[in-house]
Design a protein around this ligand. Structure first.
Ligand code: COA
Length: 178
């Protein structure tokens, strides 16, 4: 007989910061991207072996990663923030096609911008192909000011630092979770 108390806890969607323990999940995620998404994310249709190498070489001390895991435990959406030479950070997103347009990139973007603001970052950038309307609209929704430069769209966003209580202007209580 199945008593409710004996059932395993319900697994649900999880959205969290990633660590070096997640490097294999990142490799799996990148390998699961179809060629069009690989091109949009990396500017090339990279082969699996190159993506695996990229994942092995990731530096979790310098870059920030946030990901969304499905109830099955698959890393289905990922955002990476990488520091640039001038103190700004660059964001890169990838979401598996089967879960696109469900708000995952938006939530990951909001989360990583809050994390960056909390650790003192002031400027964040993104860059995508001018044909990538999905990314351009996502960036605009996250507060980036966009500019077209030949075949690219570049976006920049100024972060507002949290005050001593960890709150941003207009915010009355700390944001928890996602
Ligand atoms: C761009 C990408 C990350 C968006 O991820 P997503 O989880 O589907 O985006 P969300 O569901 O959070 O959408 C947030 C907003 O972005 C915009 N958007 C997302 N997908 C869109 C699409 N296909 N067409 C137009 N606008 C789109 C919309 O404004 C959307 O808000 P709405 O659904 O309320 O209208 C995803 O399409 C992707 O991984 N593409 C391939 C890789 C890539 O292009 N990476 C960017 C390089 S940095």
């Amino acid at each position: 007989m199945n008593w409710p108390g004996q059932l395993p806890p319900r697994k649900d969607w999880e959205l969290r910061r990633l660590t070096s323990a997640d490097a294999l999940a990142i490799a799996d995620h990148w390998r699961a991207l179809p060629s069009g998404s690989r091109y949009s994310r990396f500017g090339h249709i990279l082969p699996d072996a190159t993506l695996e190498r990229f994942a092995e070489d990731l530096d979790f001390d310098t870059d920030l990663f946030c990901g969304a895991f499905s109830p099955e435990g698959d890393l289905v959406a990922l955002v990476q923030a990488a520091p640039e030479w001038d103190g700004a950070w660059e964001l890169s997103f990838s979401v598996l096609p089967r879960v696109q347009r469900k708000g995952l990139a938006r939530r990951l973007g909001d989360r990583i911008l809050r994390m960056l603001a909390a650790q003192g970052a002031r400027r964040v950038r993104m860059c995508c192909l001018a044909s990538n309307q999905a990314m351009a609209q996502l960036a605009a929704a996250l507060g980036f000011a966009l500019q077209r430069e030949s075949t690219f769209i570049r976006g920049e966003c100024e972060l507002v630092p949290p005050n001593v209580r960890g709150l941003r202007p207009g915010q009355r209580e700390r944001l928890r979770g996602i």
